[in-house]
Design a protein around this ligand. Structure first.
Ligand code: C5P
Length: 216
């Protein structure tokens, strides 16, 4: 049996950086489920298929393939979309597509297959509640919205994306709202998740805290 550790939380809670680091140190595979939702949303929006057009989305999803390579590059129907999925534009639309049951259903099997094959740290919104309910350890990271927006803004600035802090803050609040209020798999800690507030912690400190939980 493979070991599965889930890390869930809202945008900017630190889950990606933490999950990537811990996976590397433990030699586990790493699943960034947000990247899959982003890739699908980007792909559909490029095809001018709105999130209201469920019938068209269903047709697209049937023939859709997603691949992720060792370097975390992500491909939709063979096309590399890694560079495009982290843009503010995708931040703005992703929650609309990911609230759709057709989308979530289609992505469920893709995510679970990864866990059957290898020890895994899976990171996202519903890893502990829906995708891997039997995970060996479930962690939920939270942090106040100002802190999360500041982290996200810094990350975008480092990549040369020009956007104001206020816009980032607004997007984070809006995404929180959409992700928490959707009917299917809302952003929520699993009942058996350990909740960690990262507002006043550095990345190093969160990584250490998570590693300690794993060793216990
Ligand atoms: O984690 P990240 O910010 O990249 O996630 C982008 C979006 O993908 C989230 O705001 C959410 O709408 C969606 N998502 C999801 N379920 C997951 C991971 C991400 O609905 N497990």
């Amino acid at each position: 049996k493979t070991i599965i550790i889930t890390i869930d939380g809202p945008a900017g809670s630190g889950k990606s950086s933490v999950a990537r680091r811990v996976a590397e140190e433990l030699g586990f595979a790493y699943l960034d489920s947000g990247a899959i939702y982003r890739a699908v949303s980007f792909y559909l929006s490029q095809k001018c298929i709105s999130s209201n057009d469920v019938a068209k989305i269903e047709v697209e999803l049937e023939k859709l393939t997603i691949q992720i390579d060792d370097q975390q590059r992500i491909f939709v129907n063979g096309a590399d979309v890694t560079g495009e999925i982290r843009s503010p534009k995708v931040d703005e639309i992703v929650s609309f597509y990911s609230s759709l049951p057709v989308v979530r259903r289609r992505l469920l099997s893709i995510q679970r297959e990864l866990g059957d094959r290898q020890n895994l740290i899976a990171e996202g919104r519903d890893m502990g509640t829906v995708v891997f309910p039997n995970a060996d350890l479930k962690i939920f990271l939270k942090a106040n919205a100002r802190t999360r927006a500041a982290r996200r803004w810094k990350e975008l600035a480092e990549r040369g994306v020009e956007i104001s802090y206020d816009d980032v803050y607004y997007q984070i609040i809006q995404r929180d709202e959409l992700d928490s209020k959707r009917k299917l798999s809302p952003l929520l800690p699993a009942e058996d998740a350990i909740i960690l507030d990262t507002s006043d912690l550095t990345l190093e400190e969160v990584v250490e805290a998570v590693k300690k939980l794993i060793k216990e």
